[in-house]
Each structure stands twice: as C-alpha cells, then as structure tokens.
Design a protein. Structure first.
Length: 72
C-alpha cells in the first residue's frame, strides 16, 4: 500500500511540476510542493496506523472562543 501511494504521488508530481517550472510559476510550485508532501506524510502515517487527531475539534474550540469573545 505504501508503494502504491508513493507511485501515485510520483506520477502526480511528474505530471504537474514540469509545467510549473516551464511557466516559471514559482509560488504555485512552492504551494504545490507543500500540499503534496503534507498529503503524502499524512497518508503514510494513516497507512502505518498512526491516529491523527481531527482538526475539527481544534477549529471548533477556537471558533467558540472567538464567538464568546465577540458577543460577551
């Protein structure tokens, strides 16, 4: 499963990066790289069985604190 994930990621990189470099889209290349490698790392962690906490709880807590601050 890990090898399949790495192969698919490599294919996506192979298809996207050359056009970004050719057109000199440096900011987009950096953004793409950050997102693709973040996704790769998170998926690898999920495959090996690491429990990743949901970001929804963090967002909910911060939104609730912000709303309470605004309306109190």
């Amino acid at each position: 499963m890990i090898i399949i994930l790495i192969i698919i990621t490599a294919i996506v990189i192979y298809m996207e990066v050359p056009s970004l470099i050719k057109n000199k889209y440096w900011k987009e290349l950096i953004t793409f790289s950050i997102l693709i490698f973040t996704g790769l790392i998170l998926n690898l962690l999920l495959i090996i069985g690491v429990k990743i906490p949901s970001p929804a709880l963090f967002i909910e807590e911060n939104v609730n604190e912000f709303v309470n601050f605004i309306f109190s």
